[in-house]
Design a protein around this ligand. Structure first.
Ligand code: NAD
Length: 275
């Protein structure tokens, strides 16, 4: 299965579909990520705060997959913001992953109460120059946070990773990102199971029409919208299901019906409140 790649604004590209490891138990991570690699995933999304970078690194090492075929993302946690702390936190993440470079490093949340994200962002640009990070980006940044980065540093993030699923599509952030060439990564792409997305008629009917599962329909909706996504599952059957989405296509009408499910239905915290 060939996963399409999305071109980033810095010349690199990223597999559009990956595998996320939020809430994957550190003790289980090596086994679960090894399964995901066996299924065919080549893009992994972790973070320092998930506590499972070592397990991700062990699975990568054990897989024997050439490094250049993998795309690995990790993230700077809020209490590591600030220039020196960012440098130290990055070194520690790289060591836990057992890698010589990561493909993408993200500021996990703006954490506005700390007022350090611009300082960290300058350091991110240095890390990129060092070659130990290929691409740099942000996560949970809303328009005001992005505007401030662009005004104060002129370094445009390659991606913004935001909560995004049919009930919460963040149109203002997505439009700003598109205008500035920032790719959108959708976290919680299945709504984290926090609302009955799969039972909504717009999703269920498309699933029945294509002989697919509702999860496959929602993943397909993201792909056709141009989002990068990395649904999480600890079950091998679901890893396979979530990966088998490149041999059917939603019609324009089905796409529109799912897009019309927007209702500002955030399922997690507001970025200004995570500090
Ligand atoms: P998700 O929307 O991927 O939902 C995961 C839930 O859906 C799990 O409970 C899983 O069991 C269930 N699921 C998965 N596949 C299914 C299927 N085929 N059928 C039915 N249920 C299925 O939510 P997520 O894990 O929070 O988001 C994906 C990734 O995004 C994370 O693993 C992480 O890498 C990233 N993330 C980033 C942030 C951030 O702040 N940057 C926050 C949350 C998650």
């Amino acid at each position: 299965m060939t996963v399409p790649r999305i071109q980033l604004n810095d010349g690199h590209s990223i597999p559009q579909l990956g595998f996320g490891v939020f809430k994957v138990d550190p003790a289980e991570t090596e086994r679960i990520v090894s399964e995901a690699l066996e299924v065919g995933y080549r893009h992994l999304d972790t973070a320092r705060i998930y506590g499972n970078e070592e397990g991700v690194g062990r699975a990568i090492a054990a897989s024997g997959i050439p490094r250049e075929e993998l795309f690995i993302t990790t993230k700077l946690w809020n209490d590591d913001q600030g220039a020196q702390r960012t440098r130290d936190a990055f070194d520690a993440s790289l060591e836990r992953l057992g890698l010589e470079y990561v493909d993408l490093y993200l500021i996990h949340w703006p954490s506005p109460a700390r007022d350090l994200y611009v300082e960290s962002w300058r350091e991110f640009a240095e890390l990129r120059s060092s070659g130990r990070v290929r691409s740099i980006g942000v996560s949970n940044f809303l328009v005001p946070h992005l505007e401030r980065l662009l005004e104060e540093t002129e370094v445009v993030p390659a991606v913004d990773q935001i909560e995004l699923h049919p009930a919460h599509q963040q149109p203002a952030t997505a439009a700003f990102a598109e205008e500035h060439g920032i790719a959108i990564e959708a976290w919680g792409p299945l709504g984290q199971g926090k609302y009955p997305l799969f039972e909504l008629p717009e999703v269920a009917e498309a699933a029945a029409a294509h002989g697919r599962t509702p999860a496959q329909v929602v993943i397909r909706w993201h792909l056709q919208r141009g989002h990068i996504l990395f649904p999480k599952s600890s079950s091998r059957a679901r890893m396979v299901e979530n990966f088998e989405v490149f041999d059917f296509e939603l019609s324009e009408g089905e796409m529109q019906a799912i897009t019309a499910l927007e209702r500002e239905g955030r399922v997690s915290a507001h970025p200004d409140e995570v500090n």
